[in-house]
Write a protein that binds this ligand. Structure first.
Ligand SMILES: Cc1cc2nc3c(=O)[nH]c(=O)nc-3n(C[C@H](O)[C@H](O)[C@H](O)COP(=O)(O)OP(=O)(O)OC[C@H]3O[C@@H](n4cnc5c(N)ncnc54)[C@H](O)[C@@H]3O)c2cc1C
Length: 380
């Protein structure tokens, strides 16, 4: 039986483990954390990733656990709609649009596909050798051999740094982010992202009446001390309803803050020898397109399809696509960082005008991302 070692039990690593397991691989997943998905927040899962989840039989379960993204769009800080999301056009064209799910629900649904004992928590990998496929665990001198090593160890991937030591490390994208789950009762049915001067606030309804909200602000990296709810209330004071009300409803301990980094320079390859890099380890991107986890899911089912053969096929299938999405996401991030009031006004008016004049063209802007199909996609 072919053996695969997966490093990291995030969305990417777990999807890879499930996809490989279903194709007859003996899989072990090593996760250094004590529990799966300690980060409590939500996730937009777009149609491209849903198609990949269909391949491993998890798509419909996730659809049931998710709210479908309703009519929504981008608003100004005063609440004016600058553009609307063309949800119906996207569904008509691609079969689904975007669903909104709790991260923990996605992770649990993936882990539930694996037999007990496959995921080993509290187990950090110290090093991995590309030529032999040998992995050494922290505190264990005996190496573990495998035919394939999947490095899904996230944006700070130690495996990536070891495989490509001269490659630039992820760079700060210019914004810090907050994520929070808000209990039911305070939440409008609409999905929207509101853009102000250098700041963004987004709202995504979840099933059961709760919401996942996120925010970004253009500040130097490295902040994060103090009462984050008080800070958010100050930053978004005077923004349109229900943003201040949502910030009144969130409990301070439910707020996660992370500086946003991305791998601005694409890697030369997504593999070396028997090691495949996957997800944020391979192509960390800013969150503006909502595609980081979606691309990790795409990577995983593609890798399982080609694994067993030359991993150059994996790089060929994934590097160009993911590099383009990283770059496009970074452009989106830069647009939200505009702070000069005149430029903010120009940006907002430009977006509103482009939407009025070219609704169909703007609706098609995500076609190349949403229109992706897994290698052996058969779901109807
Ligand atoms: C504010 C924000 C909003 C976002 N929203 C969306 C969205 O709506 N949709 C979307 O698709 N994406 C979104 N993303 C991106 C998404 O969160 C990431 O792209 C995704 O989680 C990456 O998954 P991963 O499995 O590659 O890495 P991770 O989730 O980072 O998992 C890596 C795992 O590896 C483990 N690990 C690391 N080193 C070792 C080691 N040596 N040994 C063992 N284990 C190790 C870590 O503990 C971790 O569990 C967002 C990101 C941010 C910051």
């Amino acid at each position: 039986m072919r053996r695969a070692t997966v490093i990291g039990a995030g969305v990417g690593g777990l999807t890879a483990a499930v996809a490989l397991w279903q194709r007859g691989w003996a899989v072990t997943v090593f996760e250094r954390a004590a529990s799966l998905e300690p980060v409590g927040s939500g996730l937009a899962v777009a149609v491209n990733a849903l198609k990949a989840l269909d391949v491993i039989g998890v798509g419909d379960g996730i659809r049931k656990l998710s709210a479908v993204q309703g009519e929504g769009g981008v608003r100004s800080a005063k609440g004016r709609w600058l553009m609307k999301t063309a949800v119906r056009e996207i569904s008509d064209k691609h079969g689904d649009s975007v669903v909104l799910v709790r991260r923990a629900d996605l992770v649990d649904a993936l882990a539930a596909q694996l037999p007990p004992g496959v995921v080993r928590l509290n187990t950090a990998v110290a090093e991995a050798e590309p030529a032999s496929g040998r992995v050494r665990l922290v505190g264990d001198p005996d190496p573990i051999e495998a035919d394939l090593v999947v490095a899904a160890d996230g944006i700070r991937s130690a495996v990536r740094s070891a495989l490509f030591p001269d490659h630039p490390e992820p760079s700060y994208a210019g914004v810090t982010s907050w994520r929070m789950l808000i209990p039911g009762g305070h939440v409008p049915g609409q999905t929207f992202e509101t853009w102000g001067a250098g700041r963004v606030f987004g709202v995504m309804p979840l099933i059961g009446g709760a919401a996942y909200c996120y925010a970004t602000d253009t500040v130097p990296a490295g902040g994060g001390d103090g009462d984050q709810r008080a800070l958010l209330r100050r930053l978004f004071r005077g923004w349109h309803s229900p943003i201040p009300e949502l910030l009144d409803a969130v409990s301070p301990e439910a707020i996660l803050r992370n500086d946003v980094y991305h791998l601005a320079t694409p890697l030369p390859a997504m593999h070396r020898g028997k090691i495949a890099l996957l997800g944020d380890a391979a192509h960390a991107m800013t969150p503006n397109l909502g595609q980081g986890a979606c691309q990790a899911i795409e990577d995983a089912v593609t890798l399982a399809h080609v694994a067993g053969g030359d991993l150059a096929g994996y790089t060929a299938a994934r590097l160009k696509r993911t590099s383009a999405i990283v770059a496009r996401s970074a452009v989106g991030c830069r647009i939200t960082q505009v702070r000069n009031p005149l430029l903010v006004r120009l940006r907002d008016e430009g977006m509103a005008l482009a939407w009025r004049l070219g609704r169909r063209r703007m609706a098609a802007a995500m076609d190349d991302i949403f229109g992706w199909n897994p290698p052996d996609y058969t779901h109807t």
